[in-house]
Design a protein around this ligand. Sequence first.
Ligand SMILES: N[C@@H](CCC(=O)N[C@@H](CS)C(=O)NCC(=O)O)C(=O)O
Length: 83
Amino acid sequence: MTSSRRSSCRSNPNNKIPAIIDPNGPGGEPLPLFESGAILIYLADKARSLIPQDAVGRYQTIQWLMFQMGGRGADVRASGVLQ
Ligand SMILES: N[C@@H](CCC(=O)N[C@@H](CS)C(=O)NCC(=O)O)C(=O)O
């Protein structure tokens, strides 16, 4: 295993990108995260931006993120339905 692959595995056991390490995560501790959706939700929550703070808006935003990540969003976008 190469050193860059070992380094990648530390932040993502699935060895894919994106993966991040927030050196100043919850409680001031480093937080490694993988999966683009989890990273986006984490960063939006941390910035208190890009995702509504109210429960309805928050879950509506997350549902479209999951829709996109599940592959259907890309399929629908490619077909031109949402244009
Ligand atoms: N479900 C993952 C997918 C991650 C993924 O497939 N990443 C690709 C690049 S977009 C990758 O790392 N490919 C290299 C590989 O599979 O070795 C996410 O949304 O983060």
